[in-house]
Design a protein around this ligand. Structure first.
Ligand code: ZN
Ligand code: ZN
Ligand code: ZN
Ligand code: ZN
Length: 181
């Protein structure tokens, strides 16, 4: 049997990017070598911390977002770091998306972050919660690519999620404990 390919093959970037900064050092949030556009991991030898790992996953999920204005991804995670569900924003199954002209709000000139009551879409957080098991939500952590709106925060608080983590537009990690805002 031929030997397995060396996982180092095919990784782009300089050799310095492959230096492991040591246990506990996350390249994205703790200043290690950064070479990848996804918050600094992927092409580096350093392992991301759990927060950066799941925020990176949420970023991948966001690519499926079906909105003309913004694509958002969410990942619901158990206390022992297992993915419970994912969600992205879009219209109800079978309904035309706002890209297809289905949402007057999204096609209007309403400022970002407002007018959600006139929007047909299910937010990423909503979908992630909807497709998880109720008993799994207790003590779970929700990772999102954008700050949750007030309606989602209300839902997040009500279903037993204990921590919400997102990245602000400047690229800084933010978080809140539901029910304490
Ligand atoms: Zn990190
Ligand atoms: Zn939309
Ligand atoms: Zn809309
Ligand atoms: Zn929302």
């Amino acid at each position: 049997m031929p030997p397995l390919p060396d996982p180092r093959e095919g990784l782009a970037g300089d050799l310095e990017d492959r230096v492991d900064p040591g246990p506990g050092a996350c390249p994205a949030c703790r200043g290690g070598p950064v070479s990848c556009h996804h918050r600094g991991f992927g092409k580096s030898w350093a392992r991301p911390c759990w927060d950066c790992y799941f925020l990176g996953l949420a970023g991948a999920v966001a690519a499926r977002g079906d909105c003309i204005r913004k694509r958002v991804g969410a990942v619901l995670v158990s206390p022992d770091h297992r993915v419970l569900s994912t969600g992205y924003n879009g219209s109800a199954p079978g309904q035309p998306s706002c890209k297809a002209g289905g949402c007057d709000r999204c096609l209007s000139a309403v400022p970002p972050g407002s007018g959600y009551h006139d929007c047909i879409e299910y937010h990423a957080e909503w979908n992630a919660i909807l497709w998880s098991r109720p008993e799994d939500r207790q003590g779970a952590v929700l990772y999102v690519t954008f700050e949750p709106c007030d309606d989602c925060l209300k839902l997040i608080t009500g279903v037993g999620i204990v921590r919400v983590v997102w990245v602000d537009p400047a690229g800084s990690q933010r978080e809140l404990i539901p029910g304490t805002k």
